[in-house]
Design a protein around this ligand. Structure first.
Ligand code: ZN
Ligand code: ZN
Length: 353
């Protein structure tokens, strides 16, 4: 415990409203408009947003694609980075002026079995930034002091944003995969997540084979450390990876059930398939017989904990990772969503509010 507890500070005599990108209707464009500033509840902090990444999850949220839907109106964004400007009652974890990341895990109960065993990401009481809590697509955001993660000095906020979801999610997926030195790791999908997954798999000692349908993404994959690349539009990636001996682990990051099936088919005996992407089409077909006889593990992995996000930031601060991103004004939110859906973005778009 700190010896001096910072007192809640009422600061920022700023306007009663601020600009944010709001979802009013699934399948309608987001509206960039003035929203009301709300009073902070106990445990909450106000953050002046500097950068906010656009994740595929934000697009699924805005479209209401998944079985559990957010309730409009809401503000997407779970890669928000900004400076704390105001503390609600009882906040001791951060101080005014701290730069923080506001990840998908916006709140958890802190006391259930999941929370106390290092699996806070499975907490049933969790609230999610940009889904059940208004997220980072605005000039300001409200978050819980206990669940924001401080960004170390020296990290550019526009790099920190993609690390806050794409980074920690793929970092965790590589941990869940159990990658060890010399393992062959197949990364399916080289986008916002995939370009970081390649780097974390390599950091863990894996030899990486990257799969995508666009040659420019495969070139990026090679720049970032992939030893092999396969264009799935030209070659069957499962067969091509089997020719390399089969993957010890495959990480499914492309939002297509077909890519999940190809990832399964790329595994060697005893291999592990990690489900990470969340396609709108929620079904995948896997064979039982081969799963049993080949001793295959299939495991889902959802984001990462606060501790893992700290590790991700520390790796970046140490110069071990490269974030590929493009900065755009928040006003371009709808065009940016269209570009992500059409695959016209190298890796990540990060908004400046
Ligand atoms: Zn995300
Ligand atoms: Zn909990």
């Amino acid at each position: 415990m700190p010896t001096t507890i910072p007192q809640p500070t009422a600061t920022e005599p700023s306007a009663r409203t601020y600009r944010a990108a709001v979802v009013h209707d699934f399948h309608a464009p987001l509206s960039v408009e003035q929203v009301s500033r709300v009073a902070l509840e106990p445990g909450q902090v106000r953050v002046k947003v500097e950068a906010s990444g656009l994740c595929h999850t934000d697009i699924h949220a805005a479209n209401g694609d998944w079985p559990v839907k957010p309730s409009p109106p809401f503000v997407p964004g779970h890669e928000g980075i900004g400076l704390v400007t105001e503390l609600g009652p009882g906040v001791i974890e951060v101080a005014v002026g701290d730069r923080v990341g506001m990840p998908w895990l916006g709140y958890a109960c802190g006391t259930c079995d999941h929370c106390v065993s290092g699996w806070e990401t499975l907490c049933l009481e969790q609230k999610n930034m940009g889904y059940s809590i208004d997220g980072g697509f605005g000039e300001y955001a409200t978050a819980y002091g206990r669940y924001v993660v401080k960004v170390p000095d020296g990290i550019d906020p526009f790099d920190a944003a993609p690390l806050t979801c794409a980074g920690v999610t793929t970092y965790k997926a590589v941990k869940v995969a159990g990658t060890r030195s010399s393992d062959l790791v197949a990364v399916f999908g080289v986008g916002g997540l995939g370009h970081l997954a390649i780097q974390y798999a390599a950091i863990a000692g894996g030899r990486v084979v990257a799969v995508d349908v666009l040659d420019e993404k495969l070139e990026l994959a090679r720049e970032l450390g992939a030893e092999f690349t396969i264009n799935a539009a030209n070659d069957d990636p499962a067969e091509a990876i089997q020719r390399l001996g089969g993957a010890d682990q495959a990480i499914a990051l492309a939002v297509s059930p077909r890519a999940f099936e190809q990832a399964y088919g790329s595994l060697r005996r005893g291999g592990t398939l990690v489900f990470v992407a969340l396609p709108a089409d929620n079904e995948v077909k896997l064979p039982i017989f081969e799963t049993v006889l080949n001793g295959i593990t299939v495991v889902g992995s959802i984001v990462g904990t606060r501790a893992e996000l700290r590790e991700v930031f520390a790796l970046h601060a140490a110069g071990k990772t490269r974030v590929i991103r493009e900065v755009r004004p928040l006003d371009q939110v709808n065009e940016s969503i269209a570009d992500v859906e059409a695959g016209r973005v190298a890796a990540r778009i990060v908004f400046e509010p």
